[in-house]
Design a protein around this ligand. Structure first.
Ligand code: NAG
Ligand code: NAG
Ligand code: NAG
Length: 476
C-alpha cells in the first residue's frame, strides 16, 4: 500500500521535472549565448552519436548533456551555428564544422583558444585570433634531416628513435652526453711511446668481442643522465679487468657508483671528467652494476643521488666495500680497482695495436646533431643542415669505448676504414648499441684523446688461473 503510493508520488514528481526542464530549454535556447562562440570544447566527444541519432527540422527535445549545459542534434541548430553538439556536423551532416574566427582547426577538428598540442619537440597553442602558434626549437629527431641522409649516399643510414622523439637538440646535447673536454694540462699529457716495429701485423678487421668472447661488455643506456664520463670509463675498465684476469673476473662495473660517489670536481648526471673517473677507479674502486644498479634520473635537470657505496683500505693497496649492495638482492660487493690510465697517440695504427694487444680503449668525440639519428653504416658528420640557422648545427663532447676496426669497399672500389665503438644509448640505438665511424681521419675528433688502462690484477687474484694457452706477455 505505502509502496504503491510512494511510486505514484515519484512518478508525478518525475513528470513535473521533465515538463519543467523542457520549458526551461525553450526559453534558454532562445536567450542562451551561442555554445561555440569560444570554439568547440571536447571536439572529439560523441554526443549526437551517443544520443542515437539526429532530428529533422527544429526539435527542442533533441538534446544531449554537454559540459555544464546541453547541446542540440536537430537541423535547426545548424541555422544558428550556436548550440550544435561538437559531433553534429560530422555525425548528422557528414561534413566538418564551419570555420570559426576564434577557434583553431587541426585534423578536421576545432579547438578553443588556449588548447595545445605537441609537434615533436615544439608546443603549439591555439592563439586568441584562432591560429596555432608554435615554438621553433630544433628537435633532436629532425624528420627532414633523416630523409635527407637516407636519400643520399653518405655511407650510413638514419632512423627515428622513440626515446629521442619530443626532445629538443639542446636537450639531447645537455642530457645524453656529459663528458667535459679534458683540460689543457690533461690534453698535453705525454702520449705513451709505443714501439711499433714495421712488421707488426695488423689485420684489416678486428673485433675485441671475437678475440675475447665473454669479456667485452654490452653497451648500457645512460638515459637522460649527462654522464658518459662515468659510462665510458666503467665500460673500458670492465673489459680490461676481464681481459687481464683472463675471464677469472668479468665484472660489469657500476657507472652509478662513479656518478654518486666520485663527486670531487664531478657533477654526476650533470657532467664530469674522465681523468677524475680514472683517479677514482684507481684509488677508491667501484663495485659491479649488479651490486649498484643504474637508476636514471626521473627529472631533468637531475637531482644528485646520495652515495651508497664507498671503499676503505685493507692493506697492500686493496680496498673493501663499506656497505652492502644498495639493492634488495644480496650481490657480491667486491671492489674493483684499475691501474693508472695512459694516453695513446692519435696515430690510428698505435690505437689499433693497443686495442689488439690490451683491449678496448676510451675516446672522447664531438657529437653533432646528425649523430643522434645514426642507425647503421660508417658514420661521418654530414653537415646536411649547413643551410639552416646555427641552432640546427651544434655539437658537444661525449666519450665512448672503441672495441675494434675494419674496412668496407664500396661499389666504386673505394676503401672506407672505420672504428667499431660502443655508445651508451642502449642496445636499440645504432648497430646493437655500437656504431662504426670513419678511421684515420680524426672524424669528430675521435682520435684526439684516447685512453688505455690495465686492470689491476695481483698475484692472489691470478693464483690458480695460470693458463699458458693464449697468455699474453704484459710489458710495462
Ligand atoms: C594571430 O596573432 C598572431 C600574434 O599573436 C600573429 O602573429 C598572426 O599573424 C595572427 N594571425 C591572424 C590570422 O591574424
Ligand atoms: C618517431 O617515433 C615517434 C615515437 O615512436 C613517433 O611518435 C613519431 O611519429 C615518429 N616519427 C616519424 C616521422 O616517423
Ligand atoms: C653536461 O655535461 C657537460 C660536460 O661536463 C657540461 O658542460 C654540461 O653543462 C652538462 N649539461 C647539463 C645540463 O648539466
Amino acid at each position: 500500500m505505502w509502496k504503491a503510493l510512494m511510486l505514484a508520488v515519484i512518478t508525478v514528481l518525475l513528470l513535473l521535472l521533465e515538463g519543467g526542464t523542457s520549458t526551461g530549454i525553450r526559453t534558454r535556447r532562445d536567450l542562451a549565448p551561442p555554445l561555440h562562440s569560444r570554439g568547440i570544447r571536447d571536439p572529439y566527444g560523441s554526443y549526437c552519436q551517443r544520443r542515437g541519432g539526429c532530428c529533422p527540422g527544429r526539435n527542442d527535445q533533441c538534446t544531449v548533456p554537454y559540459m555544464d549545459t546541453i547541446c542540440y542534434c536537430d537541423l535547426f541548430c545548424n541555422r544558428t551555428v550556436a548550440d550544435c553538439c561538437p559531433d553534429f556536423w560530422n555525425h548528422c551532416l557528414g561534413t566538418t564544422p564551419p570555420p570559426n574566427l576564434h577557434s583553431c582547426e587541426r585534423n578536421g577538428h576545432r579547438f578553443h583558444p588556449g588548447a595545445t598540442y605537441k609537434e615533436n619537440c615544439n608546443l603549439c597553442t591555439c592563439g586568441p585570433n584562432g591560429s596555432w602558434e608554435c615554438e621553433h626549437h630544433a628537435c633532436l629527431i629532425d624528420v627532414d634531416m633523416i630523409q635527407e641522409i637516407n636519400g643520399r649516399d653518405y655511407g650510413w643510414k638514419a632512423a627515428n628513435y622513440s626515446q629521442f622523439w619530443g626532445m629538443t637538440l639542446d636537450e639531447g646535447l645537455r642530457y645524453r652526453l656529459g663528458t667535459q673536454r679534458p683540460s689543457r694540462t690533461i690534453m698535453n699529457m705525454n702520449e705513451m711511446q709505443m714501439n711499433m716495429n714495421g712488421n707488426d701485423y695488423m689485420p684489416s678487421h678486428f673485433n675485441a668481442a671475437e678475440k675475447w668472447p665473454g669479456k667485452i661488455h654490452e653497451p648500457l643506456d645512460q638515459g637522460n643522465c649527462n654522464a658518459s664520463w662515468a659510462f665510458s670509463t666503467a665500460a673500458v675498465a670492465s673489459d680490461r679487468i676481464s681481459i687481464q684476469s683472463m675471464g677469472h673476473m668479468t665484472p660489469q662495473l657500476s657507472p652509478q657508483n662513479l656518478i654518486s660517489c666520485d663527486t670531487r670536481h664531478q657533477d654526476g648526471c650533470a657532467g664530469g671528467r674522465i681523468d677524475g673517473a680514472w683517479w677514482y677507479l684507481r684509488r677508491r674502486g667501484v663495485v659491479t652494476e649488479d651490486c649498484y644498479p643504474f637508476s636514471p634520473p626521473q627529472q631533468t635537470p637531475a637531482e644528485a643521488a646520495r652515495c651508497m657505496m664507498q671503499s676503505r683500505a685493507v692493506g697492500r693497496g686493496k680496498r673493501q666495500a663499506t656497505a652492502h649492495c644498495p639493492n634488495s638482492h644480496r650481490y657480491e660487493n667486491e671492489i674493483y680497482q684499475s691501474t693508472p690510465p695512459y694516453r695513446l697517440s692519435s696515430n690510428d695504427k698505435e690505437i689499433m695495436k693497443e686495442i689488439m694487444d690490451n683491449g678496448p680503449v676510451q675516446a672522447i668525440m664531438e657529437v653533432h646533431e646528425d649523430f643522434f639519428v645514426y642507425k647503421s653504416g660508417i658514420y661521418k658528420h654530414t653537415n646536411v643542415n649547413y643551410h639552416k640557422s646555427p641552432q640546427y648545427r651544434k655539437h658537444a663532447t661525449h666519450s665512448v669505448r672503441i672495441t675494434g676496426w675494419g674496412e668496407d669497399r664500396d661499389y666504386s672500389g673505394r676503401t672506407h676504414k672505420y672504428w667499431i665503438a660502443a655508445n651508451s644509448w642502449g642496445k636499440n640505438w645504432g648497430e646493437n648499441g655500437y656504431f662504426r665511424i670513419a678511421r684515420g681521419e680524426n672524424e669528430c675528433e675521435i682520435e684526439t684523446f684516447v685512453i688505455g688502462v690495465w686492470g689491476r690484477i695481483n698475484m692472489e687474484d691470478m693464483h690458480g688461473h695460470h693458463h699458458h694457452h693464449g697468455r699474453r706477455q704484459v710489458k710495462q
